[in-house]
Ligand binder design. Structure first.
Ligand SMILES: [Zn+2]
Length: 256
């Protein structure tokens, strides 16, 4: 099979155009859920960061509370030992109590120093918490708007695909099954493109295959110029056609 001469040549070319458009539409529709998932992931990650910031702040506040309890305990220890000081007569016990009091005061000082550090950390954590809450609030609105727009686009594309598939099926059903089988067999092995337009070099009028860009023999060029003719590319084995012989020089382009 080097040439197919059939009054259905134009119908086959139209079918290829429909299939090409359908493949592009399918690819666009397939991108939508991928884009939505990416936006959702971005939002989720930001929310996780927001939750960690809040947890860090809450943990620091709990730490501060615990230090304050320990300070109160140390103060209570100092007061208790000072009361006991007034009642003891034994010098050794007196000295021991003084040591206890010194110890409690040291503990209290250390805890207060630690608390100052924690207060500083709380300030930083609270600022971070506020920043990230603001960021989430800001991007959540934007991302949700983008997601809604993509969901609407997804529905629109699904509807367009349904129509395009139905039109494609009707167009294929109107062509002789043998021809459609040949077309499908070539298409399956050629990345979805069974029929390619021949390109004409305006400087010398030479034709090349629109599928693989190889120039063609003078015989094939002659064949292509005959009406209702598709020619097999000797290189990529796709069917080629010449736009002006299939549709006529002045004819409007087909509605796809
Ligand atoms: Zn080719």
């Amino acid at each position: 099979m080097e040439t197919i001469h059939t009054i259905e040549a134009k119908a086959l070319v139209d079918l290829q155009k429909k299939d090409t458009a359908l493949a592009a539409l399918t690819a666009r529709a397939a991108e939508v859920p991928v884009k939505i998932a990416a936006l959702r992931k971005t939002l989720e990650e930001k929310k996780l960061a927001m939750n960690s910031a809040r947890q860090a702040l809450v943990a620091l506040q709990a730490k501060k509370k615990s230090i304050e309890l320990n300070i109160a305990e140390a103060e209570e220890g100092v007061r208790k030992h000072q009361r006991e000081l007034n009642q003891v007569k034994d010098n050794n016990v007196f000295k021991a109590l003084l040591t206890e009091i010194e110890h409690d005061k040291k503990v209290k000082d250390d805890l207060e120093t630690e608390e100052l550090g924690v207060l500083e950390e709380i300030d930083q954590a609270a600022a971070q918490d506020k920043i990230i809450q603001g960021e989430v609030k800001l991007i959540e609105g934007t991302l949700n708007t983008e997601i809604s727009a993509l969901e609407a686009e997804g529905h629109k594309l699904a509807h367009e695909l349904e129509l395009a598939n139905a039109e494609r099926a009707a167009a294929a059903a109107a062509i002789t099954p043998d021809l459609v089988d040949k077309y499908e067999a070539i298409r399956a092995g050629k990345g979805g493109v069974a029929i390619a337009p021949a390109h004409e070099d305006p400087s010398n009028g030479k034709l090349s295959c629109g599928g693989c860009h190889m120039s063609m023999t003078p015989q094939k060029m002659l064949d292509l110029k005959k009406h209702d003719t598709l020619t097999v590319c000797s290189d990529c084995r796709r069917l080629m056609y010449l736009e002006k012989t299939i549709y006529g020089d002045k004819d409007a382009q087909p509605k796809i």
